[in-house]
Design a protein around this ligand. Sequence first.
Ligand code: F6R
Length: 612
Amino acid sequence: MCGIVGCIGAENAYSILIKGLHRLEYRGYDSAGVALLNDNGELNVYKSRGKVNDLERFCESKDCSGSLGIAHTRWATHGEPNDVNAHPHCCQNGTLALVHNGTIENYAVLREALEQHGCSFRSETDTEVLVQLIGYIKQSSGCSTLEALREALQQVVGAYAVALVDREQPDCLYAARKSSPLVIGIGDGATFLGSDASPLVEFTDKVVYLKDNEIAIISRSEPLKVITNDNTPGKVDIKTLKMSVSQLEKGGYPHFMLKEIFEQPDTLHDCIRGRIVDGKVLLSGVRDNEEVFRSARRIIIVACGTSWHAGLIGKRLFLDLARIPVEVEYASEFRYSNPVVNRGDIVVAISQSGETADTLAALQIARERGAFAYGVCNVVGSSIARETDSGTYIHVGPEIGVASTKAFTGQVTVLAMLALAVGQLRGTVSAEQVKEIAASIKALPGIIRTTLKLNDSIRHLSGIYTYVHNFLYLGRGVNFPTALEGALKLKEISYIHAEGYPAAEMKHGPIALIDNELPTVFIAPMDDLHEKVISNIQQVKARGGSVIAIVTEGDETIATMADHTLEIPRVPECLSPVVSAIPLQLLAYHIAVMKGRDVDMPRNLAKSVTVE
Ligand code: F6R
């Protein structure tokens, strides 16, 4: 949700900022802007509706010189996406420019007060309120910019990551955060700023993750300094970044999404590496907290979107393998539900980005009420990863396509290993069972490689269904959440309406929708509920609906009923969502491409949802 880039000390700040914006564009892409301080002491601000390419075109004829600047790519929260509402925003006298990620909840009250003091606003944004407030405090009290920033941040309610430039301080850049991420990269003679590490990776591997309520003073000539909002010195904790530039590029694929779908054999290999040894699952997060898991009374899983679907699958795995009661909650609902949480509960927060605002808040609430917090994240060093007591990274590498693919399969794989490790510890799975499932987890990369061979037939199939207006996705047991995930993938990138249901629920209402214009995708591998799913397929066929069925290879029964079958390799039931997700991802991808959609940056969406 909005990307921030900053740079001080590099010869051509503009090119670094633009490159950084492209890297962060997945976070928001409805407008973009840049503020540059040139050698004559002029602060030039350029903004444009649309994508970063539009901003670049707009800047072609402008003075983009300077070695200090900030930039922003936006996902609108306050005010429509247009040139005026795009960031950076400036204070009344134009000496300060600010970019912001997050939401200032009390912006209306602050705006009214500032208007009474003579400030006039150009945009509808909460961000302009913040920079006008800083400017007003500075002017009215005669304090320094840093003091005014500190004071303003104490007055705002909400979430923010900000970068601030002062025309009168050409040697300094300020950054601050609360609940929205910011990373500082310390290079050779230059310092960089990003909403995540992707804009910095080319220049340095030395990074500092700013913490909540911290302000960074980034100077040209002095070492990085961090203070808290109440003016206590903070610690500059330099970490080494493990990310490469090639991980952030498309590598010959037309879209990041397709690259990420095809990467899954390798990403799952990385996810599993070192975690299955001699037929057993070894997770340091479990090993270091054996007593917590042994005596756990309940697991509460909190997550959003695709990660929530992975959580629903995780629930089945924990119930089957570790015999612990599990609740799965939308993080956004959980945080406002006055939840009953006790000591002995474990809250598992699942998040690719590790920055989702609702998941972070849900985790914090559960933790305050005594739960042990466990994270299943992808982004190393992210806020959720840092706010948990322990956890397991999924290690699938940067996911850039807005639709989550490789993170989903990584999350389910980690949850399977976690449930198995806890089951081992609690004695709820036999050594035989552990050995069998662990071997199948190890085989997943090869199995996914085989499954990806479906790509050509799915592309062909997609041509038949490109212009359909609605889809139904049905599955049972562990594959009901897979159906939800298949429907979400299709709707978010193709804008076709799609619903996921447990197959048996169909007869309680959705069956009324079935006709020859509504195709149904069944996730129907050979498992304990196979016969039941076959009956559901017959019910659809009897009503003239067409059926695409994802089946276990060799399933001749469903092949005789369904209009199209997509065969996947046989795996133990608990792992089948990882495999059946692949054809669902490919189906959504190809239909969206055929419809001419912007697959990597679908309308209205952003990758990292750091606002409520
Ligand atoms: C769907 C998708 C979203 C995310 C959700 C949570 O393809 O990407 O539904 O899964 O916004 O994001 P994370 O996992 O980063 O917390």
